[in-house]
Design a protein around this ligand. Structure first.
Ligand SMILES: C[S@@+](CC[C@H](N)C(=O)[O-])C[C@H]1O[C@@H](n2cnc3c(N)ncnc32)[C@H](O)[C@@H]1O
Length: 350
């Protein structure tokens, strides 16, 4: 009776080397049967499946100890893990791209004489700033903890301050404004439980939802299995360049400080196809003056709760978003829906 495949045969079948297989055996990732007499290893079909999983995960950059954990004591499934790994690789890829672009600029500035141009250091400083900003975002609001009750909470009317006033109106407005055809792709950033993204499904549009919160993504997937969910960040979208027709976002951008918002707009533009559209419905003021006016009216009404809520987050300055988008080749429309809720629609002209 055949005991199983021998190491050479396995190596050939999986397009690897006997040495690599022995390495994973030493690390305790695989334990083929051993013939006690001649010390030959015999691999079963199950060993082969496990080994090909190990090789595949290594190929996409998963560490050996993490693979062992995933296979032996899984706390999350392999697809969930891959979702995280993809977002990590995108972050690294974007960081590398920033570095390469800086090198390009440095090379352009450098002449054959050995004195470095002054702005060489400025370029390096700009790069280090960019790296810092991309890494500095923290979830202060515990969105994982909010996921289960999020949909109930948005329906609640706040007693003195209703942050979700106009929620349904703005989501509907985004859906009506974005022009998409069957088979197009729409990216919803900060998708949460999927309320905005799901509005595009009946149009036969492919919806990808990105969120930094794994729990929100799980809830979204349970409600709308057709939505493809990807773990990721506004500042390093897990999406290839020029691959979507539209980017939408509701009630998410105000979790980023203003300097991060502009990087987020840059990321949205990176993933858009030519002629693509961006539509944002979020907590925002028309401009700085409008913000002062709204805050001062809450002060007069002695509504400290409203002031605290506003100051706890980063409500956008609509004029800054419009200015950035117009400067970067978009035709822009804007509207203020109520004191704290605004809407910006932009289409790439080209
Ligand atoms: C208030 S919820 C809004 C959810 C949904 N868009 C809606 O309109 O109901 C904000 C969502 O944005 C996500 N979010 C906040 N900051 C983010 C960031 N920097 N990158 C990715 N997602 C983010 C949160 O995890 C959360 O799911």
């Amino acid at each position: 009776m055949r005991l199983g495949m021998q190491i050479k045969e396995v190596a050939e079948r999986l397009n690897t080397t006997a040495r690599t297989i022995r390495f994973y055996e030493e690390k305790g990732l695989i334990t083929p049967k051993k013939d006690t007499v001649n010390d030959y290893r015999y691999f079963s079909e199950k060993d082969l499946v496990r080994l090909s999983t190990i090789l595949a995960l290594r190929e996409v950059g998963v560490r050996v100890d993490e693979i062992k954990e995933l296979l032996d004591h899984p706390t999350i499934s392999i697809p969930e893990y891959l979702n995280i790994q993809r977002s990590v690789l995108y972050e690294k890829w974007i960081e590398m791209r920033d570095m390469i672009e800086t090198i390009d600029d440095m090379v352009k500035e450098t002449t054959s004489d050995s004195v470095l141009p002054e702005n060489f250091y400025d370029l390096a400083h700009h790069l280090s700033n960019l790296k810092r900003i991309r890494k500095s975002w923290k979830d202060r609001w515990n969105f994982d903890g909010q996921a289960t009750h999020y949909d109930e909470n948005i329906k609640r009317q706040g007693h003195r301050f209703n942050v979700h006033e106009g929620y349904d109106t703005v989501l509907e407005k985004i859906k009506n404004k974005i022009n998409l055809n069957l088979g197009d792709t729409c990216l919803d950033i900060g998708i949460g439980t999927g309320n905005l993204g799901a509005k595009f499904l009946p149009l036969g549009v492919k919806v990808i939802g990105v969120d930094q919160s794994e729990k929100m993504l799980i809830t979204c997937k349970e409600k709308h299995p057709e939505i493809e969910t990807r773990k990721g960040h506004f500042l390093a979208l897990p999406i290839l360049d020029h691959s979507v027709e539209a980017v939408v976002s509701s009630y998410a951008l105000h979790h980023l400080p203003d300097d991060q918002k502009l990087i987020a707009l840059e990321e949205m533009t990176r993933v858009l196809k030519s002629g693509g559209q961006i539509c944002i419905g979020d907590l925002m003021f028309k401009n700085q003056l409008h913000r002062e006016q709204v805050l001062s009216s809450f002060r007069e009404a002695e509504n400290q709760l409203a002031i605290d809520c506003i100051e706890d987050e980063f409500y956008a300055d609509q004029s800054l978003l419009v200015e950035w988008l117009s400067y970067h080749g978009f035709q822009v429309e804007k509207q203020q829906i109520n004191d704290i809720l605004g809407f910006v629609y932009a289409r790439l002209i080209n």
